[in-house]
Design a binder for this molecule. Structure first.
Ligand code: GUN
Length: 299
């Protein structure tokens, strides 16, 4: 049976370090880290995420600012809000919750966030720094940063000699995750929907990272014995065993099967999920330190 990597515990330890850094920054400089979260429209899942980000920001000792805009907000109105937040010295981090309603040009909005306030790490300046191996001066997107923290807990900082396979090639996760593994000296394969014989590619992975958005796609025979498996998927599936109309969350990995073969594995929920929000807080306190001209804490 594999060791189950506890994302809740790892996230709690990041949050505690962030809180300490935030309190110390305010004590030294009077600067209180400020995180602005913008949400447009009424999607209940997005509102739930945004509320938990706001709560966590307060818990970290931040100034938590939430802007809730109606569905019919125009591109120009949202852009004006981002411009105001960019110019506000009390705001150190800006996050526009995605997806935006369909009538928006999301990329234009996301790219207009100042790179130094882009706590989501989605600005091309931040993405480019990861691609060129500069992991120090920018902001790293939260889910890959959180996944790497879990990988480091198992393998340490140096992944020399290890094969890593990332399934999924999105800008939000797969690409930055592959680049972070590469920067840590892993030999990286970025696999995707057009990869030939995906199962045998995955079987070569000492570190297997799944981010495809398909419930329990990664089966027992995809996993190399002794591998570390990081499951980034969150899929809601029917759970008739819990009663009519009930559902449950599962990852992209068939957990029970895979954990019989892997050495270490993240659960869903309670694995990568809690790390994303913890790294958002980490990025905000890092950004606030930089505005004060102080060395930013490392996580
Ligand atoms: N929606 C779901 N996950 C995320 C995220 O990490 N950042 C933003 N901005 N929106 C999201």
């Amino acid at each position: 049976m594999a060791f189950v990597i506890d994302g809740k515990e790892a996230a709690a330890s990041v949050i505690s370090a962030v809180t300490e850094a935030s309190v110390s920054l305010e004590g030294k400089t009077g600067i209180k880290p400020g995180l602005a979260v913008v949400i447009v429209g009424n999607d209940p899942a997005s509102h739930a995420y945004v509320n938990s980000k706001g709560k966590m920001a307060k818990q970290c000792g931040f100034n938590s600012i939430q802007h809730t805009l109606p569905e019919e907000t125009t591109q120009e109105e949202l852009q004006a809000l981002v411009d105001t937040l960019n110019a506000d010295p009390q705001v150190h981090g800006i996050l526009v919750q995605l997806p935006l309603p369909k009538h928006f040009d999301s990329d234009a909005i996301v790219q207009s966030i100042l790179p130094e306030k882009d706590v989501d790490g989605l600005n091309i300046a931040n993405a480019g720094k990861i691609a060129t191996g500069d992991l120090e001066s920018g902001l790293i997107s939260c889910t890959p940063a959180g996944s790497m923290l879990l990988v480091r807990r198992v393998h340490g900082d140096d992944l020399s000699g290890l094969n890593a396979v990332v399934i999924g090639r999105s800008n939000l996760f797969g690409k930055p995750m592959g680049l972070l593994l590469l920067a840590a000296n892993a030999t990286v394969t970025m696999a995707h929907s057009r990869t030939k014989d995906l199962a045998s590619v995955c079987r070569n992975a000492d570190i297997l990272v799944a981010a495809v958005g398909r419930a329990e796609m990664v089966r027992r025979d995809w996993v190399k014995p002794g591998a570390t498996v990081i499951d980034v998927g969150i899929n809601r599936i029917a759970a008739p065993e819990k009663g009519e109309g009930k559902t449950r969350l599962v990852g992209d990995v068939a957990f029970a099967e895979a954990s019989e073969v892997a050495a270490s594995i993240t659960p869903v929920p309670g694995g990568v999920g809690p790390m994303t929000i913890a790294m958002l807080m980490a990025n905000t306190v890092i950004a606030a330190h930089r505005t004060a001209g102080l060395a930013a804490p490392k996580f």
